[in-house]
Design a binder for this molecule. Structure first.
Ligand code: IMP
Length: 426
């Protein structure tokens, strides 16, 4: 039975929440493998909008097992609030399990994130959720894992080891007081009790499910260009949203990943700082922002908008090993007369067809565009590939040739039924 990874192929916010929700209908297990509550997934079911930051969107299906994997960083307060939010909306979250190896975002991580960001001259535009500092501690071996929180004495001992250094850092950054073991114990332990029954060895659980023939869906957050290795460093997040992250972040062997679906918008968006070659600053950027409701789910920030960038899409196909693409928000282009697709960059007189590693090079890249005729029709009622007008099919065919992998899904609206399946992954 297939194990499918859904990855963002651009700068995040590609519509992974919707695609995951759509595919989750066929999945037995939905697992998140990296990131934390910097992510924001919006899913619409029967006119009801659900906004989730940490819990996999598969939770909206009553029989789907949902996993927060070891590669995720968990803000326990946010987790408890999200569980409560779901219960208030009539969703039972009891199918959720959390890896005992996942790291906890501690209150000092959030403070360090904010203080570091405000001290930075070249801002990254972090979400301020403590993500970067939590991953720094994980790699630096001074992190707090969920398993370390379960017993209060062990939790206090761990804090006694790691807190002095955190307080020194906080002081150097101008924090007025730092934290004490007592205050952190009181703060964190009240969230531990409700989640304790959900904590387990999730790698083992996934492997057992796989052996029993379960369909497994791995849900990435953020996107390829925010990947700490493959993204536009340093304007990246601190984890691995690319497909390899699914293996590490869930404890699943790389040879178990059967299908890798790259989710991408029919145009491009970015939140936060950093170069963006196809960015549109004039009225067309506004059209995309308003029609696409391009405002961050987590921070509410307006997203920067631009044309589809095939250099990025090809790069995402390579570093993720995409076996298919899902083209999202195609309907946002319904009223665009001429649609532009960037196929290469011009950099100091030379043509680049591969995505550069250096953000300073990227900053100087000018897009080379191919113009395609728009369809100038409402696509939101299309349900099959045949329902799409010739121009929309030609646009998708062009993207497919540029990306180098088949387009397997097309989304023409926020609802589950507004999804065209060309070739299913399950
Ligand atoms: P951090 O993940 O909060 O450290 O932020 C690092 C960068 O990643 C910033 O540019 C954020 O705007 C961006 N980022 C983080 N999470 C998301 C997301 O879910 N969607 C889009 N951008 C994100």
């Amino acid at each position: 039975m297939p194990l499918v990874v859904v990855v963002g192929a651009q700068w995040g916010d590609e519509g992974k929440g919707k695609m995951t929700d759509f595919l989750a209908a066929q999945a037995d297990v939905v697992a998140r493998y990296q990131g934390g509550n910097n992510a924001g997934h919006t899913v619409m079911v029967d006119n009801e909008v659900y906004k989730l930051h940490l819990i996999p969107s598969g939770i909206l299906y009553p029989n789907t097992r949902c996993v927060i994997g070891n590669g995720v960083v968990v803000d326990l307060q946010v987790l408890c609030e999200e569980l409560q939010y779901l219960r208030e909306k009539g969703v039972n979250p009891d199918n959720l399990v959390i890896s005992e190896r996942a790291h906890v975002i501690m209150p000092y991580h959030k403070e360090i994130d904010r203080l570091q960001e405000s001290a930075r001259e070249a801002k990254i535009g972090t979400t301020g959720r403590g993500i970067g500092p939590a991953y720094v501690d994980k790699v630096g071996r001074s992190g707090m894992r969920i398993i370390d929180t379960l017993d209060v004495d062990r939790f206090r001992r761990r804090l006694q080891e790691i807190l002095p250094e955190k307080n020194l850092i906080l002081k150097a950054l101008g924090h007025p007081s730092g934290f004490t073991v007592d205050s952190l114990t009181a703060d964190i332990q009240r969230y531990v009790t409700p989640i304790k029954p959900m904590v387990t060895d999730t790698s083992r659980l996934i492997e057992e499910a796989r052996k029993n023939g379960a369909k497994i869906l791995c849900e990435g957050a953020q996107g390829t260009l925010l990947d700490v290795d493959h993204g536009t460093y340093p304007f990246v997040t601190s984890s691995s949203p690319t497909a390899g992250g699914a293996s590490v972040g869930l404890g699943v062997g790389p040879n178990r990943l059967d299908e890798i679906v790259g989710v991408m918008k029919a145009y491009t968006t970015r939140v936060g700082e950093g170069p963006f070659p196809t960015e549109l600053e004039g009225s067309m950027g506004e059209v995309l922002r308003e029609r696409g409701h391009e405002y961050g789910t987590t921070t509410g920030r307006p997203r920067r908008c631009g044309w589809f960038d095939a250099v990025i899409a090809r790069y995402a196909a390579r570093v993720n090993g995409l076996t298919g693409a899902a083209i999202m928000l195609l309907d946002v282009l319904d009223a665009v007369e001429t649609i532009r697709v960037c196929t290469a960059y011009r950099y100091r007189g030379t043509v680049l067809t591969e995505f550069p590693s250096d953000v300073d090079v990227l900053r100087e890249c000018e897009p080379e565009y191919t113009d395609l005729p728009g369809w100038m029709r409402d696509l939101t009622a299309a349900r099959t590939y045949k329902d799409l007008p010739d121009q929309a099919r030609a646009f998708l065919g062009f993207l497919e040739r540029q990306i180098g992998c088949p387009v397997r899904y097309v989304s023409v609206g926020p609802r589950r039924e507004q999804t065209i399946v060309i070739e299913s992954v399950f």
